[in-house]
Ligand binder design. Structure first.
Ligand code: MG
Length: 249
């Protein structure tokens, strides 16, 4: 028997098996299957195009405008912006979104400054502060060693990242962050914040519990607050940022 005849016979057998399987699906089975179908709510339609924010995103940086941002003291943001990217202006201070957010999906691209003269925590340090309080670290850790719970991808001094997928300084990298804000009952904590973080598409934090504000010295703690801005850190390094958007969840 030639190979072609064997393949034809196999196809016929497969087809007849499939037809008999279909024939065994009764009306009772169809009706039973419908009992576990849920048709509403219908998920809202979101348009996506490669390289563009989803259609329902709040765009925080797409062109040469810092309109969505301000300094921590409420004055205009003083970082530089051009060519669709903004650059930390060392000494100008942190900047934060004018808009306040609770639960979000955040996309942010960053490019660590090339600082061959610096080491440890001084090397291209910045950070994404969710609700202005909970830092996901930005640092050049391509080869730079520092404490593991303070390297890029860490929830600063709370959670060591699961991996180090960082690229060399001077290359664009990206965070995708899913943040669940803490809930408070008056002044008391009702449920802590949680965060999932992907760095360059690699999972580095998997729904970890945030223990409170991310402190350089001392233990984290919670103090009741509402929705709050997203803050980006000026730690003295001219890191760049671009293509920042959030989806409110
Ligand atoms: Mg930092």
């Amino acid at each position: 028997m030639t190979l072609k005849i064997k393949q034809t016979l196999a196809s016929v057998l497969l087809l007849s098996f499939s037809l008999s399987a279909v024939a065994q699906v009764t009306q009772d089975m169809v009706e039973a299957s419908r009992k576990t179908e849920v048709w509403e709510p219908v998920p809202p339609k979101v348009e996506t195009l490669p390289g563009n924010p989803p259609s329902d995103a709040v765009v925080l940086l797409s062109g040469d405008s810092l309109d969505a941002w301000e300094s921590g003291n409420g004055e205009a943001a003083k970082w530089d912006v051009n060519a669709y990217a903004m650059t930390v202006k060392p000494g100008a201070g942190d900047i934060q979104t004018k808009q306040e957010f609770c639960d979000v999906q955040l996309h942010l691209e960053f490019n660590p400054a090339i600082e061959n003269d610096k080491t440890d925590q001084a090397k291209a340090n910045s950070g994404v502060f969710l609700q202005g309080r909970y830092e996901v670290q930005i640092l050049d850790n391509y080869t730079n060693k520092t404490y593991a719970n303070g390297q890029v991808g860490a929830v600063y001094k709370q959670h060591i990242p699961l991996a180090n997928p960082s690229r060399p300084a001077g290359e664009w990298q990206y965070y995708d962050i899913i943040f669940t804000a803490p809930k408070f009952d008056g002044e008391a904590l009702k449920s802590p914040a949680y965060v999932t973080v992907l760095l360059n598409g690699v999972l580095v934090q998997n729904h970890v519990e945030i223990q409170g504000t991310t402190e350089w010295i001392g233990a984290p703690s919670y103090k009741a607050h509402g929705c709050a801005p997203i803050k980006l850190q000026d730690h003295g390094s001219p890191n760049r940022f671009r293509n920042i958007w959030v989806r409110e969840l």
